[in-house]
Design a protein around this ligand. Sequence first.
Ligand SMILES: [Zn+2]
Length: 88
Amino acid sequence: MVCPVRIVESTDEMIHFEVRSESRPDEIHDVYFDIDHGYYCSCENYHFRKVECKHMRAVKEYMNQLNQLMQMGKTFQEINNERKEAKI
Ligand SMILES: [Zn+2]
């Protein structure tokens, strides 16, 4: 199972995601993607080990899905609305 991902904010230089923990649903981690530095996660796992954590993997998977949908000609707004309706 993949942790639920939500885009909080996106600018030309960076995207800020919120990833909810699967095991602890009240726990939310911030994942950032910026053009210069790539992915960054706020969780301890990443902070200490500097390896890709499951939150980053969830975000990457989310971005892949997003890319596929965009290639099908959907806009970012449409995708977001569909996700809301489907409660993904
Ligand atoms: Zn993490």
